[in-house]
Ligand binder design. Structure first.
Ligand SMILES: Cc1ncc(COP(=O)(O)O)c(C=O)c1O
Length: 458
């Protein structure tokens, strides 16, 4: 018997030999075999052939219950009938026109009705563009340059949005004034200079930082749940502090609800009872197709008005394309308050069951999250920030990765970083299936953990 890592990886390779062949071909086309870094994991990801409801079907013939849902975007699971019908209907009438459509207005009205802070909005093709446009709006409206972002927050695939995404302990600096940490060597100095990094869930420190930088701060952007760094919800006190301090200084408060819009019928802002100035959205509002949207106070959105003397430029060929509009409307229309409540109950069941499974095996672990969002952590320490989350990941080392592979082998798909979300295509039985798989996976990892990572035992 080899070490834990080689035993698990050998088992995974035996489970997915066809995906292994396919990745070899893909590696000739793409660096590392994948066209999207976030979907990659070692030793290689499963190739998916099709999906329906809450199940993925991979190239090796397995069915997996999908708790990843394309990084939380598929709120109704895969091939949801109303979305499929809406897409087919629209495709037959053309895929994109450089012209306004009734479908844009219909989806915009639906969003405005649910999220009252969004008085006016614009569509984009991705959440990345949506957050970017909120920052451009804030800069144009305030005449200020800098952006405050939270340590560990991800706002998309561009330079500023990825500063301090991973607050590496050797580089992140003091908690009261964290250093901007580039995610990689591509980040220009200018992006670091434009960023003011705020520690998450530290209301007093956040207030002090906003006060100190107020004269140069165009916007404060916050994910109400720190999603990619482990689904850590903001405390209400933290959100309230950001609202109070930004309002006092005329700094634009932006909620990045690309992930969190799903937590209640009116998004995380309704859940927290706080009204941001601008909101970025994406993922679920496209019903599984590419989309983003940003909007908020009408006086701020005015900067995009074509009648302005120098309107802020906002274009992009596929913004507001009719297929995403049709799919998004079908998905959002079916997402009633009852559906959201059921989805959140499934999330609650999942998080509670994860905690219980770790406790049963005497392994330090827990699930964080809010509503239908969850993340597994191999630590029983309190998790309030990206630094906490990262410390847990560093301490558990390869065990995170091995649990992910063991869950795939047992028919449960999640993000490799152990992020889970529920979909309306699931029932209690699907959550219980995942919990039984977790129980079995932890049982099989336990002897290796005892030998190689005893610090993870209670
Ligand atoms: C909180 C948050 N904001 C923005 C984005 C960017 O959205 P997209 O991937 O659609 O560009 C993401 C993507 O995962 C996200 O999680």
């Amino acid at each position: 018997m080899g070490d834990l890592r080689s035993t698990v990886i050998e088992g995974y390779e035996a489970f997915a030999p066809i995906s292994r062949e396919l990745i070899e071909e893909a590696r000739r086309c793409f660096p590392g075999g994948d066209t999207r870094m976030s979907a990659h994991y070692a030793p290689y990801p499963l190739f998916v052939e099709r999906a329906a409801g809450c199940r993925l079907y991979d190239a090796d013939g397995h069915a997996l219950v999908d708790f990843m849902n394309n990084f939380t975007s598929l709120i109704h699971g895969h091939a949801f009938a109303p979305v499929v019908e809406a897409v087919i209907e629209q495709v037959q009438r053309g895929t994109a026109y450089a012209a306004p459509t009734r479908s844009q207005v219909a989806l915009a009205q639906l969003i405005r009705a649910r999220v009252p802070s969004v008085e006016q909005l614009r569509f984009t093709s991705s959440g990345s563009e949506a957050t970017l446009m909120t920052l451009r709006c804030a800069r144009a409206a305030t005449g200020r340059q800098k952006i405050m972002k939270m340590e560990g927050a991800y706002h998309g695939s561009y330079e500023l949005a990825e500063v301090s995404l991973v607050p590496r302990p050797d580089r992140c600096g003091p908690l009261a004034a964290p250093h901007p940490v580039p995610i990689d060597a591509s980040i220009p100095r200018s992006a670091l200079d434009d960023a003011v990094i705020c520690p998450f869930n530290e209301p007093a420190l956040a207030r002090a930082l906003i006060d100190r930088h107020a004269h140069e701060l165009a916007a404060v952007i916050v994910e109400p749940v720190l999603a990619s760094m482990g689904m850590i919800p903001a405390t209400p006190e933290f959100i309230a502090a950001l609202r109070e301090a930004t309002a006092r200084h005329g700094t634009v408060l932006v909620f990045d609800e690309v992930v969190t819009l799903r937590v209640s019928h009116g998004g995380a802002q309704a859940w927290y009872g706080v009204t941001p100035d601008l909101t970025a959205m994406g993922k679920i509002i496209g019903g599984g197709l590419p989309i983003g949207a940003f909007g908020g106070r009408e006086d701020l959105m005015r900067v995009f008005h074509p009648d302005e003397r120098e309107p802020v430029m906002h274009a992009s060929t596929f913004s507001g394309n009719p297929i995403s509009m049709a799919a998004g409307f079908a998905a959002m229309d079916a997402l009633t308050p009852d559906a959201t409540q059921r989805l959140n109950a499934l999330g609650e069941r999942l998080r509670a069951g994860i905690g219980a499974a770790f406790a049963r095996h005497g392994i330090r672990g827990q699930a964080t999250g809010l509503g239908s969002l969850a993340n597994i952590h191999f630590t029983d320490a309190a998790l309030a920030s990206a630094r906490d989350s990262l410390a847990g990941v560093l301490r558990s080392g390869h065990v995170n990765q091995l649990l992910h592979l063991e869950m795939l082998k047992r028919g449960v798909a999640s993000a490799a970083r152990l992020m889970y979300c529920t979909s309306t295509a699931m029932g209690d039985e699907d959550v219980d299936f995942a919990l039984a798989a977790l129980d079995d996976a932890l049982k099989s990892l336990l002897p290796g953990i005892e030998k190689e990572k005893p610090e993870l035992l209670v």
